[in-house]
Design a protein around this ligand. Structure first.
Ligand SMILES: [Zn+2]
Length: 150
């Protein structure tokens, strides 16, 4: 079997899998603004498949040279594969989201329960972002939390 035929079959299968999604979306009138990562990836994938179909059509009707056609097709297929992998990754991430969100909530609760260490200067009121001995604004010595001043 020629490699190009194998690729063609792969594209055909991909279009076959995606086509119902595409038809369902276009049939529903104006697309909702989908700002999720998965939605964005899907839209980009559909664009790539559209491009592939157009490319196929243009090649069949003799509008583009075979070398151009093959180069472009390789490009699109690579892009589609990348988007597919990214989608799988995003789907995995989505599944992990619930776990991560619980973890974040737990950490937030923990942070709240801990006393806030302040490096606010008593002299000028500047809130030093890092644990420092001297104020970054005026140079005054800061009170070190948990230590007695000498
Ligand atoms: Zn200061």
């Amino acid at each position: 079997m020629l490699p190009s035929i194998a690729v063609l079959i792969a594209v055909g299968m991909a279009v076959y899998v995606v086509w119902p999604l595409l038809s369902a979306e276009t049939a529903g009138g104006p697309l909702p603004l989908d700002v999720t990562v998965l939605g964005d990836l899907k839209r980009r994938r559909l664009v790539v498949y559209d491009n592939l179909k157009d490319l196929e059509f243009e090649y069949q009707s003799g509008k583009i040279a075979r070398e151009d056609y093959e180069a472009l097709r390789t490009n699109y297929l690579g892009e589609a594969a990348g988007l597919m992998a990214a989608t799988q990754e995003a789907e995995q991430l989505k599944q992990d989201d619930a776990v991560v969100e619980r973890e974040i909530a737990a950490r937030r609760a923990m942070r709240k329960s801990q006393p806030k260490i302040e490096y606010k200067c008593q002299a000028c009121g500047y809130e030093n972002p890092l644990p420092v001995k001297f104020c970054g604004e005026c140079g005054a010595r800061l009170a070190v939390p948990g230590k007695k001043q000498g």
